[in-house]
Design a protein around this ligand. Structure first.
Ligand code: G16
Length: 580
């Protein structure tokens, strides 16, 4: 007999997590995100939805991550992870929003019922959910609400028990990794051991192999750097978040010989420190080192964000001038290296590399990718869910947002091709030692890179690998192209939902008439480019501008931001001296 909703039990459980009547929730760029105090009912209901999603996929493991990533510590959030470790399928986002906004327990039951019907979910299927959280103090009660939802979603005595795995304190990408491992464990292509230790060992083995092979594996530096063996230590700012304990755990596994790291901003116990004046978002938007960190000239520095799914690099020159190596720089570094490896491996007639960016990508990076590397570039809306999807259309898809969120995807046929090229019985055995080395390195890269989602740790190892093989300093990496001066600011408005965009968010459709005025501002500036979009993770509108000079970019961003503030419902006091 097919199971049905156990209305009474569900209503009783839901009554413990009443919805706040005055709030409308939206499943945004990366799930639900708002002040932690407002999220109890959302957590409970996400628990219900996770079970439904798993049942809908015949018991495949679904992930739930409780985090608000780069947002301030007072915020929290939750997002669902689909079976291959990718973000929740877009077609289910409206269901999440529908459940979160049901005003009463009865309406919640009705919403559940309609989702079960609309998705054709068989409630008698098993369900399997793995959940984890970051270091925010608010996670504890919110995880309890989530577990209440997960445990209440039994859907009657006939339904099989929901299998729950508590991953505990994890980085967001570790949770994504676990989900994929659980779902591929018995497949011909298992992703890895479904434990955090298994994650560390997988990355450590790949990085060790790539480090050991650097001598034979790749071209020496075109800049004729003096012979340097391993790279000197890198200083990593962990945003006072979960990346700190996790990076330290990883270093214990791989050893400091392979990865000499100085960990800073690792205070996860003092209230209010998370993402405060540090972390990838601060460094990228402020275009400066974390407060209190004075970079030593020419050394490598990196910043993770609060849940360790983003990374940016930076260094200072001899005059102490700060230089940012953001997601665009990482994308170009990775794409160039992978393209060379594919060529050296003799696979370039079969394997095509492509890059995916968003409107935030610096114009100079797109120019470099298309004109110098000759690689196709796709532009999509903000949100790794969009980039990930677009990258799947390439044999090897490199995707990075300028904010440092990204990874590299290898298509199933490319993975199979790389593996079979290493098989001595294959029809295309390696022609020589260097071709074999390139193929071996490519295979190790597929293990090093967390292909489920952007991962600060895995991305750092990717960058370190390229720098090691190229024998490049960060300054040499930076020479590929020079960023156009740019600025990104936030404008608080009464209703960010009044803003609608098109053309991969490069143009505003609403409020009507605003885009034409922004275009007019851009025309007055040499190399002027500016766009406006509502944030999907914060209650604000983001305004971006770039131009050929710093002054022009700063002026342009302020003028565009004032336009937004004055003509589209700016909230609070009009900032007298600009927006940054
Ligand atoms: C999330 C998304 C990213 C996005 C960022 C900012 O990052 O995963 O793809 O770039 O939010 O989005 P928005 O501009 O819409 O606020 P994270 O690191 O906060 O999870």
């Amino acid at each position: 007999m097919a199971s049905t909703l156990d209305q009474q039990a569900l209503a009783a459980a839901s009554a413990q997590h009443p919805k706040l009547q005055h709030i409308t929730y939206t499943y945004g760029t990366a799930g639900f995100r708002t002040e932690a105090d407002l999220l109890d009912s959302v957590m409970f209901r996400v628990g219900l939805l996770a079970v439904l999603r798993s049942k809908n996929l015949k018991g495949k493991a679904i992930g739930v991550m409780v985090t608000a990533s780069h947002n301030p510590e007072k915020d929290n959030g939750v997002k669902l992870v689909d079976p291959m470790g990718e973000m929740l399928h877009g077609s289910w986002e409206p269901y999440a929003t529908q459940l979160a906004n049901a005003q009463t327990d009865d309406l919640l039951l009705a919403a559940l019922d309609s989702i079960v019907k609309a998705t054709g979910t068989d409630l008698s299927q098993p369900a399997h959910v793995v959940y984890g959280h970051d270091t925010r103090p608010s996670c504890k009660p919110l995880v309890r609400a989530l577990v209440d939802g997960l445990s209440s979603a039994t859907f009657g005595s006939e339904a099989p028990k929901v299998e729950l795995v508590n991953a505990g304190l994890v980085t967001t990408p570790q949770l994504h990794y676990l989900v994929r491992c659980l779902n591929t464990a018995d497949s011909p292509d298992p992703y890895g051991e479904p434990t955090i230790d298994g994650y560390y060992r997988k990355l450590a083995a790949a990085y060790t192999e790539l480090s050991a092979s650097r001598a034979s594996g790749h071209k020496p530096s075109p800049f004729g750097l003096r012979g340097r063996e391993l790279l000197p230590a890198i200083t990593v700012d962990c945003a006072n978040g979960v990346g700190a304990p996790k990076l330290k755990e990883f270093v214990k596994v791989i050893g400091t010989d392979y990865l000499p790291v100085i960990v800073v901003r690792d205070n996860t116990t003092t209230a209010g420190q998370l993402n405060l004046n540090c972390g990838a978002d601060f460094v990228k938007t402020q275009q400066r080192a974390p407060l209190g960190v004075k970079p030593i000239a020419w050394q490598r520095y990196a910043s993770f964000d609060g849940d360790a799914d983003r990374i940016v690099y930076y260094y200072a020159d001899a005059d102490g001038v700060f230089h940012l190596l953001d997601g665009d720089k990482i994308a170009t570094l990775a794409a160039g290296f992978i393209m060379d490896l594919v060529k050296d491996a003799g696979l370039d007639d079969k394997v095509k590399v492509g890059v995916v960016q968003t409107a935030y990508a610096n114009g100079a990076s797109t120019k470099y990718l298309t004109e110098v590397l000759g690689v196709p570039v796709t532009c999509v809306p903000t949100g790794v869910k969009h980039l990930h999807h677009a990258a799947e259309s390439y044999d090897i898809g490199v995707y990075f947002e300028a904010n440092g969120h990204g990874t590299v995807l290898f298509s199933p046929s490319t993975l199979a091709g790389i593996r079979s090229s290493l098989d001595s019985a294959t029809s295309s055995p390696a022609a020589d030692e260097s071709q074999l080395a390139a193929r071996t390195n490519l295979r190790a890269l597929t293990e090093l890179i967390n292909q489920t989602v952007g991962d600060a740790l895995s991305d750092m190892l990717l960058v370190e690998t390229v720098l090691l093989h190229r024998q490049w300093t960060p300054a040499q990496w930076d020479r590929a192209y020079t960023d156009y001066p740019n600025r990104l600011v936030k404008v608080l408005v009464n209703d960010r939902h009044a803003f609608e965009t098109t053309d991969a968010e490069r143009k505003l459709v609403k409020p009507e008439g605003l885009q034409a005025k922004i275009d007019a501002l851009c025309k007055e500036v040499d190399g002027g480019r500016s766009f406006v979009r509502p944030s999907g993770t914060e209650d604000c509108v983001r305004v971006y501008a770039e131009a050929t000079t710093r002054q022009a970019a700063d002026d342009l961003v302020n003028k565009a931001a004032y336009l937004v503030f004055d003509e589209a419902g700016g909230k609070g006091t009009r900032p007298a001296s600009g927006f940054f």
